[in-house]
Design a protein around this ligand. Sequence first.
Ligand SMILES: [Zn+2]
Ligand SMILES: [Zn+2]
Length: 460
Amino acid sequence: MPEPWMRDVVFLLFVWLIGYHYQQWCLISAMPKAHPHPLKAKKKVEKADGKFQGLTKKPVCVECEQAEQLPAVTYLPPPLITAKRGRRKSVETGFQYCPDEKCRYHGWIGRGNMSSNGHPNQGPHRQLYCRVCKSYFTETKGTLFYRKRYSAERIGQAITALAEGLGIRAVGRVFNVEPKTVLVWLVEAAEHFEVFNTYMTRNLEIEQVQLDELYGVIRAYQAGELNEVEVIAKLDKRRRSVWLWTAMDPLSKFWLASETGGRTAQSAWKIVHKVAMVLKKGLVPLFLTDGNRTYEQPILSHYGEWRAPEEGQRKPRWVPLPNLLYAQVVKKRRGRRIVSVSKRAVFGALTHIKETLTPHGWQINTAFVERLNLTIRQLVPGLGRRVNTLLHSPERLAQQVCLAQTYYNFCLPASSLKIASTAERGAQIRTPAMAIGITTHIWSVKEVLLFRPPPFPQES
Ligand SMILES: [Zn+2]
Ligand SMILES: [Zn+2]
């Protein structure tokens, strides 16, 4: 027979057990439910991280593919000629080459075959001599100045005025030349400037690239009456707008590349390809653009690599290079006003991108390329905000942009690039080309036009 106190103990124990289990049940039901498929849950976490998992196919650059299909040509330099007597005149004729295509030394610079013969009949241009094929020619042969009615001075000044943004008719009036003659000079100069630019702009070592697009109007619309957003909305429908895509280095202010065309993915591919071509091989800069998502694939194509499949993946993935950094500045507009600005990292970590910019005291920005766009609007008639000259055709725009790009990089000193005077030397004014280190002096337009880049690549 159990004691009466034991009955009380068993009763109390019973009550405590019920209370304990009730508490446990409450706790469990308050906890988040476990996912029935743990593998799927893991995938979700990865996506939430924003980590890009790569592509199973490499995005293909059409321009790179075409370049790969071209046969590789190697040029063997002819033997160096050393002068038997007297000093070699290599300084004065250093960048000159024999223009005769039948000559073994044609196109080769710095091989000692060229000499200067002075200025015959006190003319403005030197006479040059090739010792190999024993032919004489004037230094303007193969340039825009060759056999022209007008002096090189006058043509040089007229092209400078064009590059400064004066319209063709206005240049004709200032220099007392027929507009159609000015147009011929513009076309020839643009062709030459492009060759000059391609020759000079290569193997660049830069840290950052800023890219942007600006619109132009083809003979359809008087700019300035509506705001930019309204103009874009109207013109895109009528397909009369043309876009200029630009790329620049914010540190040297160098205008790296430009592309005229639609506001399409194709143009984005072309401008990124051009940037990749002028940079030193293997160099991976930090890319900064607006919120235009069409840059992402071309950047990934040019600055990516194959990675072996990871756990749970069957195929290798095309992923961004580990040191590739790309951030976008996304501006939201309401009418003319910018209502919000946000920054997002597309490739690489946001903190890493910020660290790269900190030494310069900069935030993630596209301010420098926007500043360049303002300069371009001043230099290219028809791209200005309130202009009388409207763009004639996309081809004309491309020619004027070509002129403006070379002029801006090589001939136009920028006040922000000026080096203050020190105890040893005075202040130094610099052009973007000097700041990026591809030249040591300010070029005149005439000098650019007289320079004949060699017709094939060679070690200089
Ligand atoms: Zn390419
Ligand atoms: Zn020759």
